[in-house]
Design a protein around this ligand. Structure first.
Ligand code: NIG
Ligand code: FE
Length: 422
């Protein structure tokens, strides 16, 4: 069997990941060698090239003048949907509230109607299109939630489409079951929670089609008690908890996430100091979604206060019909300008932080069996994004523009210009 190798050389910089003191570790004039899909060596070009000559590589990429970073890990999306809610964007700009739209049967409930009516092939084609956009913008791992079915049949259909997209597309797709995303029309939260517990969760677990279980713990959606029941039952079925917490009001979702050792607590626009401390103590990754605040015209989460707690923070897109951006670069720009994160902090949050929120930040072949992603250390999956600019700072600095040139998945070029390869 021939060894598959890729060599990226002469990059103006290679961002490895968080350094010892959580600053950004990087090499200038750097190279990276890939063997069998994993990072075999990273460091100064002259040292790496001496060990891994370009002429021996299956692919040699001259990254002269460009920045090489870990592929983005987008740890929170609702990227599988049907229909068009662009009119709600316009209505919100005229002052209509997100929850008002939902209470009138719009918002999530409108997408639920569209998803129930769509065929599997339409859903798959929609999702693959969005994955193509994400890949072109440098994302190599993405989490996708169900939650636009709100009945057993459609939730399972969504999770099956997510699995098919994972098989068909270079991006790794991580499936999350989110039956408790909204209360379907004609039901109430208590009765619907029973349906999630009695019908949906056992069916999802039986098919083995989800890794995480998420709930929308929010006023007028699911209470803390209902959210706890769903997440605890999920744990019994082998699903790791995640929580939509403190998005519109402070209800207690962050404390719940801490109690249950969730992988992440997400949104957190109204989290307070107690919530931040509880999450940090429990090792729960806060996932901050600045695109959501941007599209809602809401105040951003207090990223600086989360960073002061010392733990790792993730930044993700929250791509969904209410927050219609697949671009991690844009989320990172908003993290800088809206949440006062430094470009280095925001980049780490969109790579290593995302991997932590998805339990994939360990070494390759970690305890959970999934390859480690989000850093370019030796042994990690060689998921690499090459930015057409001399440093990672240009990702947020050149906001509104896709700065990504080439993307490699497990060392294989999967997006970008052919002319780039020697
Ligand atoms: O994370 N907050 C709840 N869920 C999504 C919105 C989904 C939708 O509006 O379709 C979110 O922002
Ligand atoms: Fe969400």
């Amino acid at each position: 069997m021939t060894e598959l190798t890729t060599l990226i050389h002469d990059a103006s910089e290679i961002v490895v990941g968080p350094g010892d003191d959580d600053t950004l570790e990087r090499y200038e004039d750097a190279a990276l060698a890939v063997v069998d899909g994993r990072v075999a060596a990273v460091g100064p070009t002259d040292e790496i090239v001496a060990e891994h000559p370009p002429e021996n590589a299956s692919h040699a990429i001259d990254a002269d003048g460009r920045s090489v970073i870990p592929g983005f890990v987008d740890s929170h999306t609702h990227g599988l949907f049907a229909g068009d809610r662009s009119d709600e964007f316009a209505a919100k700009l005229r002052g209509k509230e997100y929850q008002e739209i939902l209470a009138e049967g719009g918002g999530i409930l409108r997408t639920v109607r569209a998803v129930r009516e769509a065929s599997d092939e339409q859903l798959l084609s929609n999702l693959l299109g969005h994955l193509d956009t994400m890949l072109a913008h440098g994302t190599t791992t993405v989490e996708i939630k169900s939650g636009y079915g709100l009945d057993t049949e459609t939730e399972l259909r969504m999770l099956d489409v997510i699995r098919r997209a994972d098989d068909a597309h270079p991006i790794d797709v991580v499936p999350t079951f989110m039956g408790a995303h909204a209360v379907p029309e004609g039901s109430d939260a208590e009765a619907y929670t029973e349906r999630v517990l009695d019908d949906q969760l056992p069916a999802v677990a039986d098919q083995g089609v989800a890794e995480f279980c998420d709930v929308f713990c929010e006023e007028d959606v699911f209470s803390v008690a209902q959210s706890r029941r769903v997440l605890e039952a999920g744990v019994e079925h082998g699903l790791t908890p995640k929580v939509h917490a403190e998005e519109f009001v402070r209800l207690g979702g962050a404390q719940l996430a801490a109690d249950l050792d969730a992988a992440s607590a997400d949104h957190l626009l109204h989290a307070n100091a107690d919530d931040r401390a509880a999450l940090a103590d429990a090792g729960v990754t806060p996932v901050l979604l600045p695109g959501t605040a941007f599209s809602l015209g809401a105040d951003y989460a207090d990223a600086r206060a989360f960073l002061d707690e010392g733990g790792s923070v993730a930044v993700a897109t929250d791509f969904n019909p209410n927050c219609h951006s697949q671009s991690m670069g844009f989320a990172i720009a908003l993290a800088c300008v809206g949440m006062e994160m430094t470009p280095a902090e925001a980049l780490l949050a969109g790579t290593h932080g995302g991997a932590r929120a998805l339990d994939r930040a360990g070494e390759a072949d970690g305890a959970d069996g999934a390859d480690g992603v989000g850093t370019l250390r030796e042994g990690m999956a060689a998921d690499v994004t090459i930015v057409d600019a001399p440093s990672h700072v240009h990702v947020p600095y050149n906001f509104g523009v896709n700065t990504v040139e080439t993307v490699l998945k497990r060392g294989e070029p999967v997006s970008g210009m052919e002319g780039n390869h020697e």
